[in-house]
Structure formats: structure tokens, C-alpha cells
Design a protein around this ligand. Sequence first.
Ligand SMILES: [Zn+2]
Length: 710
Amino acid sequence: MLLHRRFLNALLLLLMLSGLAPAESSSALTYPIEFTVKPAAIVYSLRYAKINIIESHYALLAVQYSLLLAGIPYKIIDERDLLHTDLSKYSCLIFPCARYLSKNISILFLDMLDDWLKSGGSFICFGIPAYRRGNLSLYMDDWIRFYGRIFGLQRVSFRFGKDFSVSAERHRITLDHLGDRIPLEDISYDYIILSSSSNASVLLRTNMGDILALASRYGSGRAVLFTLPASDSFFQRTSIMLRSIQWCIYGDLIPVGLNLACGRVIWMLNIDADWSADRDATGDALAWLLRRSEKDCFTFSWAVITGNYSGLKKKIDWLSLKDLFNTSLEAGVEFASHTVHHPVWRYVTSKERVMFELAQSYRDIAGNLTIISGLQVPDGMFPIVYYPLIKKAGYEYAIQPFAYPFLRMVGIQPLHNDSIFIFWRSTKSDYYYFDLMKYSPKEAFRIEKENFDNFYALGHSAPYLLLWHDYSLINKTRRAVFLKVLKYEYANRVDVSSMTATEFIRRFEAWENVKIKITYMPDLITVQMDTHDVPEVCLQYLSCMCLRIDGKTISNVKFMNRSYPLFSDDYVILPELEHGRYEFKIKFGKPSIPHVIHMTTCRILSAELKDSDILLNLSRLWDNNARICLVDGSSLIVNGSKIKLERRGKVSFGYLTFKAVEVPKVKMIEAYEYFRGFLIGLILAFLLAVLVSIKIGSGKRQDESQGENA
Ligand SMILES: [Zn+2]
């Protein structure tokens, strides 16, 4: 039913975009339309970060996640700098938790915001600014008046209770969710009462009839108001934040975004090696996964513990694992830290101990293996107050392990002086499924699948962070579940890219510096990209990013006026670019030529269609493999050699290894144990035979063999 409705909604969106159905208040467009994509700005309140550090962080990262989906670069600005900010540099101003905005910034800033809106700016406000007087929480009059002008808001009220749910009213922002009844997790909310003259569109209403969100045009600008903060789990379960950003920036135009990789999902597999000190177990798990990744063409990260953990009296054996570790590095596996002792954070109360866990493991790995940039946090959530230490210890990023309900959170966390990249895991882990909740393999897979499906439905190259442990990779039952997950989420998909966190960050650094101009025509758009500001070292990471055209089917692409065969229905895959200006001419309609619809990341040095052959010139970027998916074609030639294609349905898969690695032989634990059991059985049978035939001197021998079996 749900899928059916999603399909109808998508159809309706297509109709609206193609002008066959009336949009909510679409004005007639006169072509050509020139449009410059400016970055968005997120307003960060240090004051609020002090009041509620967790909510403030969640809200900031949730907004960044949606901006990544929308393909809109952004800046984070301190609320104290608002008055001195040149708003004309931005397309949309986003307040993730407006409720806690400082009272000092109000009047002057609101006048500035009003003018900017009239001249074509836009804003998205999550929450109604309020302040405390004694025990009372009062809404700020200046903001209420301002919202009155923009939305026709009369006043705001508050409801307390339970079992609230939200349904969407028809608007371009809510189309993915028409007919859905989405439960609210909170037991209270602010709601809006409109004046009778209001022209705003109501987006969301609760089962009590209360208004929770509005959209409005104002002058040549647009504005969206939610009473919920951006940290509310409602935004983790819908595409409404993404659609609000697109509507605010593009209005009636087709949204065009630049995504970090092509496809619907960026699949990021992280392994916590909790058994690092057990040479055989960890070696076996890593060797197995490395072989698997060579076969299925994906990459992953491997986080080691450098000290004692897991009741093991020893530490990681760098020397014995050296060959395997080096081969992994060669293949493009990313090593990361999982601390020294896998501490339980609530028992680590001193800053010095936290610093030791971060810095010492960094030094251990750098001294024995390789420089690293990531911390895979052990044991639940890493305290946000200690984020500055992550940077200080030498890391660029951390992966937070906790999941529900905060799943779609990726981005920069601004600190006083420095900032780091934070990724939140997108799903439950093997530990959660099997050890904590004791789910059956079937149940674990069902939950994992359902979670992944939500990210896949979002599309827009949604980052999906999966966490697994070394000990589950060498357990037959759990490994079978892992293989099922791998097949479902990655191996059988034609639109999922595999990536490590550091590659993601390098791509992000390139992405945030690309400038885009669009010219709209009725049946085509021209996208001009300016890459002059991309740092030299990040330039190659533009390769395999995509220009996403949301809501139109692409029939044909010209890159620098030459036919270009790398595009799917809704995106164009970027080749590697140098510093310069580039142009893509993108036509809409039904595609008729062979084209590559997806590629996992690599350097695309050239791409052309010659007769019916697709000719690619590729080289390695991160991992040593690339997977290429094409339709309507049967001939793929990469670097002069024809690639063998595997056909599945309409799509052909080609696999390419830039430089194969030889995985060193590692003792296979399960096989060895199986063999040992078999041997013992054989000895026992032999002894039994001896016992039966000779009937003497058997007691002593049997004691020995039983001891061996325990
Ligand atoms: Zn762990």
C-alpha cells in the first residue's frame, strides 16, 4: 500500500513539474531562466549549544544531512554574526533550533531578513523563538510580528498530551507523504493559529487539527516555518526537510543538486575489530572480508583496538598481521582507531583519560602501520563535550555508534576554534541485533532491510553507515546474515556506491567549493560548473559525483558540446575535472543511446560513445576496484580492453580491478576447528574399535581423549 501511494505521489510530482497539473501557486515561467546556485547558511547558536548540547548537535547535523541530499553546499554561521552577514551571498538561511535564538539579535536582524526575502532570499525556521521570564516561557513578540507579516500568523499556542500524529496537506514539500499518518514522539508541541487573511499554505497538521508547519511566498522570496526543532525524529522519518530546502531555493524550477557520489545510496561499511588482540580471529575475519570485497567490489574501514580488551591478556600483534594489514591498505581499506581499551565512556570521567584513549591509539597505529584520520567510537555515544579532543588527538572525523532515532546525521560540528566531521551510524549493528536484543537471523535481517529501504527511498546519494564486528564475520550464523545484507544493500544494486569516511570528506571538501549556474529551457537545462575554488588535492574527487535533476527524465547529455554517455534517468555522472569552467547540456525525454547509469568511485579521465561502444579511460582513485552499470549497450571498453559484462534484467554489470592484491594465507579458524573435531571423532572411533576388539587397557586412553575434547 505504502509503495503504491509513494508511486502515485511521485507521479503527481512529475505531473506538477511538467506543468500538467496545477502547482500550489505556480507562476508562469518565461524561458530562458538564468539561475545561480548560492550556498545555504545554517545559523548555529553557541548559546543554545550550552543549554542543550545534544539537541543542538542533532539539529545541526540533521540539517547538514538534508543539504547533502539536496546537493546544496552550505556555510555554518554563528548567530552572533548575523547582523554583519552579507545575506546576498546565500540562497537560504536555516535556523535549526530557532526557539533558543538570542533576544539580542531580533529587531534589526528581522528587518534585514524581511528585505532580503522580498528580494528573493529564503529561510527555513525550525521553532518559534521564546525566552524565559521566571517560570514562564514566552514567545518573542518581534518574531511573532515577523511571522505575522510572512505567514499571516496570528499567535502561537502550546499543546500537551500523547498519541499525537501528523498528516501532510498538499504542497510540493509534502508530496512524498500525502496520505501518511506520521506519529510524533514528543508529548507536547507548539502550534500556529493563522489570521483569516493568511495566504500561507499549511504543510502539516496534527490529529488535533493543529498547524505545525507553513510555507509562504513573500515578495520574490520563500519561507517555511516548522514549530518542531530540526532535531525532532519526525525529520528523520520523512523527506520533508529535503523538500523544504529544494522548494525554498528553487521554487517552481526543477531542483538541480550536486551529490557526492552517483546513485541512491553511499554505502559505508565500518568494522569494529573488538578482537584485535586475538591474532587468529581478527586476521581470519579481515582476510575473509578482504577477499569478499575484492570479489564484490566494495571498500570498508577497519578499526583496531591497540591495548587490552575483551578479557584478552595480550595486545594487538602488529608483526604477525603486518602482511595482511599492508595488503588491506593496498586494496584501499581504511584503518581507523577503536581506542586503546574500548572504554565505557560513562566511567571515564577525566579529560586526561579520554585524551589518552584517543591519542595513544592514534600513535600506536601511526607508529606500527599507517597514518589514520578516523575514530570509530566504542561503547555508545562519545560525549559531545569532548569533541575538541578528537581533533587535538589528530583525527579528522569520528563515527558515533548510537543509532535510533537519530539516523540521518552527517556533517561538520563547529567548535570554538576547530571543527571536525561527525558521522552517525545509520542503522543498528550486529552487536545490537544478536548480543543485545538476541534477534534471530531472520528477524535481524528483516529490521536491517526495513531500515535500509527508508534510506534507499530517500535517494539523493544518502549516506548509509553500517557497523559490523570482526567476531561476527567468523561466526557462521552471523556471517550468513552479513552476506545477505551485503547482497541486499550493495552487491545486487545498480545505484549504490561504496565509500570510506575519509573519501567522503575529501569529496565534501571538493563539493563545497564548486560553483553552479543553470540555464533553464522548456526541454533542457544547461549547467555550468566553475571549479576554480576547489583545492588542488581534492580535484580528483569530483570524479563520479553527480548532477541530480530531481523530477525529470534525462534523455541525452552533452559535455563541452560533445555527446556524453554517463547518465541515469535523473543524474549525470561527473568526469574528473581540472580547475576551470565546464558545461553540461542536459535534455529531457526518453533515453535512446547506450549509457552508463552508475559507477563506483574511480577517476574518470574520459568517456565517449563510439558507434555503440562505450569507451572509458579510468584510473584508480581510492579502492582498487570499480563497478560499472550500463543500459541499452553491450560493449564496454575500458582503457582499451573490452570488459566482460554480466547481465541482470535490463542492466549489465562490468567489474574492473585496477591492481589486484594477493590476500596472504591466514589460518581459517572455523575450518581448523571443524578439522580438529573431525580428527577427535576419528580418534574416538579408533579407540572404541580398539576397546571392543582388545577389551583391555581402554579406561586410561579414553580419559585422555575426553580431556582433549573439552
Ligand atoms: Zn567495539
